[in-house]
Design a protein around this ligand. Sequence first.
Ligand code: SAH
Ligand code: SF4
Ligand code: F3S
Length: 582
Amino acid sequence: MAKKIYKSLPDMGKARNRVDRPVLRREDIIVPASVSSYAEGRKFFIRTFGCQANVRDEEIMAGYLEKAGFCRTNEAKEADLAIINTCAVRENAEEKVYGEIGNFKANHLRDKDFTLAVCGCMMQEEGVAENLMTRYPFVNIIFGTHNIDKLLDLLAEHLERKKDLVDILSFPGDIVENLPSTRLDSYKAFVNIMYGCDKFCTYCIVPYTRGRERSRSKEDILAECRELVEQGYQEITLLGQNVNSYGKDFQDGTSFASILEEVAKLGIPRLRFMTSHPWDFSDEMLDVIAKYPNIMKCIHLPVQSGSDVVLRRMGRRYSREEYLRLVAHIRERMPECALTTDIIVGFPDETEEDFRATLSLCEEVKYDAAFTFIYSPRKGTPAAKMKDDVDDATKHRRFDQLVKVIEKGVIGHAEKMVGKTFAVLVDGPSKKDPSLLSGYTESGKLVHFRGPSQLKGHIVDVLVKESHTFSMIGELTEDPLLLLAKDFAKAFQNEEVVIRYNEAMKAFKKSESVQRLRDELEASQRALALSVKEGKDEAYLGAKKTYLALKEKYENHPIVMNLHSAQEELQRELDLIQEKLP
Ligand code: SAH
Ligand code: SF4
Ligand code: F3S
């Protein structure tokens, strides 16, 4: 394709600005004719890098593409349309993207109509889109994080004008609702409660790539969660770069604690949230987490560093002491609460003393899990301009040392689990060993155990037998067939035939005239039996006549007739189900 059209390019200076006022827009999905005819018989493929915000964006893009008529494929080679959804948080995340783009050259060579789109956080960085367009001439569309709702329009423009396009906005603009979405999991769902980040930690690119903090309305969040509960979802994770800030932009006292509580009340079996910044973790939040058993007692509380000097330079707005006080406070309220974290080693000019402070903090907190990263300078962020005299070898040595200290804490927690039973939400066959099932406990520990694959999506009790640091080996405490049978009966409760049968039975038991008739019928049956025993023909004939008359009256009673027909209907339904069973 000869000419490229640069509709708009990102400007990180503008992206830093918080002047825009997002408004709410409800999306009507219109599929352009050029897109629906292109979609016919074609398959799309999406590769996502980065965090849950990107995963949720993938689900929305998949929703748009399926509405347009594309089918999904998980085989990159088969794709007629591929989207690479990128992350910019660290340099290594970016390097993977270049490799991935290169993989699609074959699709381009095989099919001149193949379309390759690249989107996501990395595209929001200055210079990246132009570089991609020059280095990879087979990239057709580049867009950013703020216009994924324009996916079909951009595709239409590319198809109709036969031009490659770049359209990246620096401001987020509207909060778009009624977005289509095809969820990747049928039991666990992510729900965005807010977008963007205003924290501007000095090392972090996210506030530039995702724009200002903006909350979705409570009504929209609750409607989405309610629908998930109705569809049988077992777990919802409320998403935001910093969920504690939820609702602050409404300036009406709305808080994260209130939305968390309202979602918990909808009755989803498991509710999680991420990420919460230690700085504004309120007591009100803690009260709600402690109060509702369906809010998982597992908090991701990124500390980043244990040194006050580094924390200040990172712009994290809390001290080591404040963080440790918060940890103690959480554990006082909920001693069983799991804590996980993110840590960066090798921040510019991190001294050995700073690093030791991080080690000692980890020794003290004993995290259940931690994500550790070596600092990666991000162009355009304040930390990228800071002086850094620490060499790479030192950074790697510190990283290895930190991982060892964290592992000790993790092992400590894991070993305490042996011999105890935990509720596990089954994800399905384990990726490592498909003969085992895998799932997570409420506190987020991975457990492997034997069981039928039909248990996927069920919450089951598992006795932990062995600890392997980052995962456990366990055993189901209940017979899996009984578990499935219970589930089957529960599902059947809402079937129309069962409801009708239950109502007919209720009316039968409640009706005095029917019960009287039944008593009389039973008495006549006893009299008949007695007359047979006594062998007197006359008495026998009289008793039989009475019995038959009562029987007819009983069987023709409308309530009894109704019960019998409901029973027959239920029996027919059960026979049909039995036929279908293997
Ligand atoms: N909003 C979340 C997480 C954002 S990114 C939060 O504040 O916790 C996830 C993690 O990536 C961060 O917690 C941080 O530990 C790490 N990270 C972010 N920028 C980084 C950088 N420039 N170099 C290395 N790690 C980084
Ligand atoms: Fe980045 Fe800090 Fe915002 Fe998290 S809170 S996304 S680390 S700027
Ligand atoms: Fe990466 Fe963007 Fe998430 S930079 S971590 S995908 S918000």
